[in-house]
Design a protein around this ligand. Structure first.
Ligand code: DQA
Length: 148
């Protein structure tokens, strides 16, 4: 286990950030959010490994690998938030902090977005703060790991 490794996961469609519904998700690209997460992590001596996938099974495999390869998981599951039960089950097996992260505030949107199947297995959720959430998620992980 690498004591400094944080896994950052991005679910379906998040590679389109910057172009996708900018009025909801903003104009910042996923790469720019990841850079902010990495720069924040460096302040605490942490490293961020990032993966984006449109496929739930791929995200499940990455969580399995994190069980021995990372000390925390930050996940923006995209729409899998609302129905991704295999991602839920994978995260339930992870022993370190799990931060659920959303750019928008799903609670303030359509009814179907108000259910998160990830929240019950997350240590905490950050939502509705746009890109700031990436910095706050890493700061939360650092604090939970006793690094701040
Ligand atoms: C999202 C919110 C989800 O409801 C949506 O399906 C996304 C992005 C967010 O970051 O606000 O793809 O996770």
């Amino acid at each position: 286990m690498r004591a400094d490794q944080v896994l950052l996961l991005s679910g379906p469609n998040l590679q389109l950030l910057g172009q996708r519904q900018p009025e909801v998700y903003g104009r910042v690209t996923l790469d720019e959010h990841v850079t902010l997460a990495r720069d924040t992590a460096a302040r605490f001596g942490l490293q961020v490994e990032h993966h984006q996938s449109d496929h739930e099974g791929r995200l499940v495999e990455l969580v399995h690998a994190a069980r021995t390869g990372a000390v925390a998981v930050i996940v923006n599951p995209g729409a899998l938030t609302h129905y991704g039960w295999s991602l839920h089950d994978a995260l339930a097996t992870f022993e370190g902090p799990v931060i659920e992260l959303h750019l928008s505030n799903p609670e303030a949107r359509e009814d179907w977005r108000r259910t998160s199947v990830i929240a019950p297995v997350a240590t905490g959720t950050i939502a509705g703060l746009g890109g700031l959430g990436y910095r706050l998620a890493v700061e939360a992980v650092a604090s939970l790991l006793g690094r701040s």
